[in-house]
Design a protein around this ligand. Structure first.
Ligand SMILES: C[S@@+](CC[C@H](N)C(=O)[O-])C[C@H]1O[C@@H](n2cnc3c(N)ncnc32)[C@H](O)[C@@H]1O
Length: 281
């Protein structure tokens, strides 16, 4: 344990748990107390604060400094694990079902496909979507491919926009796929890591925006939404609310793809079940 900080108390943990629930809908179980204390300790250090209570008071002041720090608080609490083509079968579904259905609905020479990666983390998911869509539609004239990537965490969005990845992100891909989608950058120093830069063709298909899933998406209606591995952090009340927002952000016939451990089983929604973790408006 860090000798300079008193351990977080249950009461302090509960204050943070209430706050993150209010801000992001994230339900922190009591078992997360040491995770929260470790992650927030970095913020205490950065701000030169002596206790968790002081940090809580700091972010609760309501002034501009507190507003800025609330972003850091959210960034510290969220979990951002992801990698390219995670749950590959979802990308097969996109290629084999979603794209052909969107194609069959288009009549004008200007054709649109709009996909939203709604908890995109560091960008591996939206770029995997771009790679899949490009492969299916490239060479066909008249397509406008629009992929929106959003997350509540600004730090991960900044990383996503750079589109530069380390070996872990591409570890499930074979050499053929790596060479097709990335430019390799050799390690700057001996013993360093190779980097993988998403090729500009795919990079330019994805636009990034900070968005909280608790809020309605009013920009556009999508043909498909990937909202994977984030509902697990919500309780049923937050989940119901988020799912309603996602329903309203889809075109009729549009698909919602959740993470493999996620379903709409315990909540009320207007979605039709398609197959495990896939739903249709
Ligand atoms: C585990 S990552 C999932 C990344 C990707 N979808 C995947 O499945 O590989 C979960 C992401 O959800 C984001 N998140 C958590 N609460 C959110 C909220 N209320 N609104 C938007 N994004 C949120 C986190 O910041 C994190 O980047």
């Amino acid at each position: 344990m860090d000798p300079y900080y008193a351990p977080i108390t249950t009461g302090e943990f509960q204050l943070f748990a209430k706050l993150i629930y209010k801000l992001a809908g994230i339900h922190l179980r009591d078992s997360k107390i040491s995770l929260v204390s470790n992650r927030l300790r970095r913020r205490l250090r950065a701000l030169n604060l002596g206790s968790y209570r002081e940090y809580y008071d700091y972010i609760s002041q309501g002034d501009a400094r507190a507003q800025d720090e609330i972003m850091n608080f959210i960034d510290a609490i969220t979990t951002n694990e992801t990698y390219f083509f995670r749950h590959e079968t979802d990308f097969d579904f996109l290629r084999e079902v979603v794209i052909p259905e969107v194609e069959s609905r288009q009549s004008s020479p200007n054709k649109y496909i709009k996909i939203w990666s709604a908890a995109s983390s560091t960008g591996e998911e939206p770029y995997s979507i771009a790679m899949t869509v490009a492969e299916a539609l490239d060479g066909e004239p008249g397509w406008n491919i629009q992929i929106l990537a959003s997350d509540i965490n600004v730090t991960v969005l900044n990383t996503a926009q750079k589109a530069v990845y380390g070996p872990y992100a591409v570890s499930r891909l074979n050499n053929y796929a790596i060479n097709k989608y990335f430019e390799r950058q050799h390690p700057a120093a001996p013993g360093g890591e190779e980097k993988y830069l998403v090729k500009p063709h795919y990079k330019k298909m994805v636009k990034f925006k900070r968005h909280n899933l608790k809020e309605a998406m009013r920009l556009v209606r999508f043909d498909c939404i990937f909202c994977r591995n984030v509902l697990i952090y919500f309780d049923n009340e937050s989940k119901t609310h988020v799912i309603e927002n996602l329903y309203n952000a889809l075109n009729d016939g549009g698909y919602l793809i959740l993470g493999h451990a996620e379903s709409l089983m315990r909540i009320k929604s207007k979605f039709k079940y398609v197959r495990p973790s896939v739903y249709k408006r």
